[in-house]
Design a protein around this ligand. Structure first.
Ligand SMILES: Cc1cc2nc3c(=O)[nH]c(=O)nc-3n(C[C@H](O)[C@H](O)[C@H](O)COP(=O)(O)OP(=O)(O)OC[C@H]3O[C@@H](n4cnc5c(N)ncnc54)[C@H](O)[C@@H]3O)c2cc1C
Length: 492
């Protein structure tokens, strides 16, 4: 396709921003359409009482020098962002209330193996086998590793679930829980997630763990600035309603929700597959629409946002997982009471807060079914019964978190979010945090579709997270730009 032609990018999350920048950098005329009033809604975070809260980014792998995210950012021309490493001796701390067990995960495979072996005597062989297998799956993915050659290590592609893999490895329920705790970061139960998919997320933290000093907001703002520099046209607060195609299944325009037509020579769609099905009703075959609609959503959550006068010691350079016991899968089991946990707790970067205050984020189990009485309501217009329910749940979660981690007793919780908030802010039909589930028995959408000039990117394609969203954008754009894109990005 000639570079002077027009391309539309649907969705202004990280994958849409990345796609738009790649294409604009390569000479295409790009228009980015985002349904929300601002770009990067998932990752941008928000402020209350002058304190910043990260929403869709608390930490990531791949940000060390030479890491995949660093290279991608450099390729996009985003160079000046400060990053802060997490503690090398424990970027995650996992606490179990039933046994008083506390486990820290250090950066580095060797160090992680040593630390876990010290905590779980007699399990060293299993622990090292897990780390080796996860690392091998991560390294042998051509998507995650620029320099992998398929001749290097042919891997067996078996769709074994994480929990089946762990059951064969060890009988220790707490060790199984530690090795599957990162399922909370992609929102699929250990019983459903393929081991390999789990490895793509969990092993991304083996080599390095960072966040941007200015949080997700700094990243989104840097990307916005680049869009302006590269002349990308941005349409905010309007959704794509319909894909307009010729009889020969070529996309010629996008119809927006105000009936305006945006003519285009090609498009990359990065939004939730359910939204793609809605806009593609006339364009796709019924079987494809059915497949898109059958994809299940990842788990939803209740979230609490609190302010601490000073960052609690326990969150200095690390995140916490607070578990009542070894049952991680309860986070994915409808009916679980929100105060049962497990909880993920993170401190947000506070560049510029003169008082040294810290924003604290708590994520706990939440299910869209519990929101059924209020699904017709919209943000800013919720009934009193919803507000009372939300206040009750938030109080219970606050009590539970402070019981499990007394160091958080001084945190003043000022804001909360429910699965309904997630639905409305993330534009996910059932409030799923991470798009559609990747499971052992379903195939997620591929970047190519039967409409030859429509490509797909986004967290539901490869894997959720900053890294997964960026990779999906590079993959989709690679279909337009050819192999040279990946070579150029690898050399960045
Ligand atoms: C609470 C939470 C914590 C997280 N923590 C981390 C973390 O610590 N580390 C990490 O790496 N990842 C984390 N993630 C995951 C990460 O934020 C996501 O995987 C990533 O932001 C997804 O980006 P995306 O562009 O694929 O999707 P999205 O951000 O969902 O972008 C898709 C965009 O499409 C728009 N859209 C939808 N329909 C239409 C339409 N019809 N027309 C136009 N636009 C439309 C939506 O408004 C949305 O902005 C977290 C996510 C959440 C929710």
């Amino acid at each position: 396709m000639s570079k002077s032609r027009k391309i539309a990018v649907i969705g202004g999350g990280i994958s849409g921003l990345t796609s738009a920048l790649i294409l604009a950098r390569n000479g295409y005329r790009v228009t980015l359409v985002e349904k929300s009033p601002r770009l990067g809604q998932t990752m941008r975070g928000f402020s209350r009482q002058g304190v910043y809260f990260d929403t869709g980014l608390h930490y990531t792998g791949g940000l060390a020098e030479g890491g995949i995210v660093s290279r991608y950012l450099r390729y996009l021309g985003i160079n000046g962002l400060d990053t802060a490493p997490f503690c090398r001796d424990g970027f995650d701390e996992i606490r179990f209330a039933d046994t008083d067990l506390t486990v820290r995960l250090p950066v580095g495979c060797e160090a992680m193996g040593d630390a876990l072996a010290a905590r779980f005597p007699g399990q060293e062989k299993s622990i090292r086998a897990y780390i080796r297998a996860a690392k091998a799956d991560f390294d042998s993915s051509s998507l995650l590793n620029f320099f992998f050659s398929f001749q290097d290590t042919p891997r067996e592609l078996s769709p074994v679930s994480l929990s089946d893999y762990l059951k064969k490895l060890t009988d220790d329920a707490h060790l199984q829980a530690v090795l599957s705790v990162h399922s909370l970061l992609y929102g699929v139960s250990p019983h459903e997630i393929p081991f390999m998919q789990h490895a793509y997320v969990s092993a991304s933290y083996f080599d390095s763990v960072h966040n941007f000093t200015g949080g997700g907001r700094a990243l989104v703002e840097a990307m916005e600035q680049k869009l302006t520099e590269l002349g990308v046209t941005v349409i905010l607060g309007r959704a794509v309603k319909r894909l307009v195609c010729t009889d020969k299944k070529r996309l010629i325009a996008l119809e927006l929700d105000d009936a305006a037509l945006l003519e285009t020579d090609a498009a990359i769609c990065t939004c939730h597959p359910a939204a793609l099905a809605d806009m593609g009703q006339d364009a796709f075959r019924p079987s494809y629409l059915e497949r898109l609609r059958a994809l299940e959503e990842t788990s939803s959550a209740f979230m609490l946002f609190g302010i601490a006068d000073k960052k609690p010691e326990c969150l200095e350079g690390r995140n916490l997982f607070l578990c009542r016991d070894a049952d991680i899968s309860r986070a994915f089991t409808p009916g679980t009471k929100p105060d049962n946990g497990p909880f993920f707790v993170a401190a947000c970067p506070q560049s510029g807060d003169p008082g040294g205050r810290a924003g604290i984020v708590v994520v706990g189990p939440g299910f869209f079914d519990d929101m059924r009485p209020w699904t017709d309501s919209t943000h800013g217009n919720r009934p009193e019964s919803y507000k009372a329910f939300k206040a009750l749940i938030m109080q219970r979660i606050e009590n539970a978190v402070q019981e499990l981690c007394p160091d958080l007793a001084a945190v003043n919780f000022v804001e909360g979010a429910t699965p309904l908030t997630m639905r409305d802010f993330l534009h996910a039909p059932n409030g799923g945090l991470y798009g559609c589930k990747h499971t052992v028995n379903r195939f997620n959408p591929l970047p190519v579709t039967r409409i030859s000039n429509l490509l797909l990117a986004g967290q539901s394609v490869i894997v959720p997270g900053l890294m997964g969203a960026m990779i999906s954008a590079f993959l989709a754009c690679g279909f337009l730009l050819g192999d040279s894109l990946h070579k150029d990005a690898a050399c960045s």
